[in-house]
Design a protein around this ligand. Sequence first.
Ligand SMILES: [Ca+2]
Length: 278
Amino acid sequence: MDIPGVQPASCALNLFSPTSKAERVEVFAAGASGPFAARVTGGAILSDSVLRASGDFAVAVASAGSGGTLRNVTAIASGSDSTGLFTNAVYQGAAPVQTITAQSSIFRGDNYGIDVQGDGSHTVSVETDHSITWDLNWAILPDATISGDPQTPTPLFVSGTDFHQLAGSPTVNAGAAVAGLSATDLDGQARTVGSPSDIGADEYVPPDPPAAPQQPGAKKKKGKKGKKRKGKASAKKKCKKRKGKKRQQRRKGKKRQQRRSGLLPSLRGCSRPSSPAR
Ligand SMILES: [Ca+2]
């Protein structure tokens, strides 16, 4: 879903209640100033998705109110002062605490990966669980915290706009083993391939190993089935031959008996007719 012309601090995707859940969405928001690709508030859940925002002060994903959960999200913002994950007391309203739980997610912006801003009367926190930001790390202002295990390795992606992982990316098999993982990733492929599952919207599927090349002149191996059939056929043949021999012997014996009892003329004295004199 490409949303151009997003107004400052306006969101292309807004999830705002505990029953709000979005998964496997791809949002690209562009605007001259402050476009937000997505906002999560009121305990909503956003998972298995790619959020991308471009423009000055662009934000890939923001939280507001009491916050929510991001699970297997890849959030990338580009442009001056852009931020991957932005949580700010300004958007907190009456909620005393704004907490965003980031599980197996990736954040990056040209300014900050994660930017957490509290104020004198609001507490803002980001709880990370196997989530990463890279290059520029995070900013933490007063009354704001980042807890858990924020990490900074550089993921390996296909390109700057295609966030499928490459082989060897530190995000592969490095996700959080948490309850509530989806059955599928952004592409509809299995969410868990290897253990544990990956960080980010995409789950890496290793390519099939190439088939071993056949040596020239190598004899093709006969299958078990063929061999078996051949063995069976020759056994049958042998059996038939044996039966024929026995039948012949029985016939000969019968004739001999008949000759003895006089039913057939004796063979004695029989000789081949002599060949004519030359
Ligand atoms: Ca995939």
